[in-house]
Design a protein around this ligand. Structure first.
Ligand SMILES: Cc1ncc(COP(=O)(O)O)c(C=O)c1O
Length: 378
């Protein structure tokens, strides 16, 4: 059975040009910490990637730290802010990824920090006035608000958030794992303190990513050991992964505009098709509004169907979509993001369709054809 992959917010297929880079790097097995020629060769590869990523983010190479992925980068920002920068309060929302939500809960339980959760309305929007009111007083604060939501695609107004943080002396961490490589990101323009990236969301391999940490923020390593990453992240570098991340990042940022155009058209085709097949359908968050959401994510709210296992039925027909986010699959708790949008959501079945540049009109038409077969109004 041919598999049609429409779950690209969970992970993306490896780009052949990235794979070629990985194969090339497999020959260069040196340890970047070694001072001999094999080590120096590997070191140069890693440093070239750091420099290129920094250039594209309008950052300094010394502000980029390679990690094992988005989760570690988010953990680094949160734990180190509290441990090393005197942060006593984290302002966030209930709709962040667990890579943010769980570290915050962990530190709150241990009494290390307090958390303030901004409310989100039924569309998943935050209220900047509420943020401003909170920032007006209170202890040293880190604001952790993602750029693009992985389940409902909502985009947060990062520039405005950053301005408010600066006005009130708060630090700003943004989980940019879904946005990085899909939307332009400039640290100069917006003024972030921490950003995060994961290679496997942009057609790179799993298990590698980076944290941007603004220079001047004196944090200590989260992972202790050797002196790698200028003493900021111990562990022999994942050289193949880092080179692959570099290639994936370069391709994604260079070809962003054309990929966006293509993917937006596919998303619109699904929105139109779904509305035709299920006229009373809704969409979670802002995901059906192209100007207010990440173009790769569409979160469909199907009115309760006689078929209460839509995601499973899609899978049986070779269509890979998600019921929420990949991280909740296997547990039956449902999505914390969808729940946070209000009680009305319990009458709907979420199906997240998420796209990549490798999808085609045929892929999305196959999804729509299967939907016509399996959706039975209750
Ligand atoms: C918004 C967001 N943050 C963080 C992560 C975690 O990234 P990684 O899989 O590289 O640990 C993900 C992955 O699903 C994500 O979507």
């Amino acid at each position: 059975m041919e598999v049609i992959f429409l779950d690209n917010a969970a992970t993306t297929p490896l780009e052949p040009r990235v794979k070629d880079e990985m194969v090339r790097m497999m020959e260069n097995f040196g340890n970047p910490s070694s001072t001999h020629i094999s080590g120096r060769g590997a070191k140069v590869e890693v440093e070239v990637v750091r420099k290129r990523i920094a250039q594209r983010l309008e950052a300094e190479p010394g502000e980029i730290f390679f990690t094992s992925g988005g989760t570690e980068a988010d953990n680094m920002a949160l734990f180190c802010s509290v441990r090393d920068l005197g942060v006593k309060r984290i302002i966030t929302t209930a709709i962040e990824h667990h890579a943010v939500g769980h570290p915050v809960e962990f530190m709150v339980e241990r009494g290390e920090v307090e958390a303030a959760y901004l409310s989100v309305n039924e569309f998943g929007d935050i209220d900047l006035a509420e943020l401003e009111a909170l920032l007006k007083d209170g202890p040293k604060t880190l604001v952790s608000l993602m750029f693009a939501n992985n389940e409902i695609g909502n985009l947060n107004p990062v520039k405005e958030i950053s301005v408010l943080c600066k006005e009130h002396g708060a630090l700003f961490h943004s989980d940019t794992v879904q946005a990085m490589g899909h939307l332009p990101i400039s640290v100069k323009e917006v003024g972030y303190d921490f950003l995060t990236c994961s290679a496997h969301k942009i057609h790179g391999p799993k298990g590698v990513g980076f944290a941007y940490v603004r220079s001047g923020l004196k944090i200590k390593p989260l992972i202790q050991g050797g002196a790698q990453e200028r003493n900021m992240r111990a562990g022999t570098e994942n050289t193949i992964g880092i080179v692959a991340l570099g290639k994936a990042f370069e391709i994604a940022t260079t070809e962003m505009a054309e990929d966006q155009k293509k993917v937006e058209a596919l998303k619109q085709r699904v929105i139109d098709g779904v509305k035709r097949i299920v006229p009373n359908v809704k969409f979670f968050g802002r995901s059906a509004e192209l100007d207010k959401s990440l173009y790769t994510v569409l979160s469909i709210a199907f009115p309760k169907s006689a078929n209460d296992m839509l995601t499973f039925s899609f899978d049986m027909k070779g269509i890979n979509v998600s019921g929420g986010s990949a991280c909740t699959s296997g547990s039956n708790q449902g999505s914390h993001v969808i729940r946070a949008l209000g009680d009305w959501t319990s009458n709907y079945q979420p199906v997240r369709v998420s796209f990549s540049k490798f999808n085609t009109e045929d892929c999305v038409d196959a999804f729509l054809n299967v939907l016509e077969e399996i959706y039975v109004p209750a």
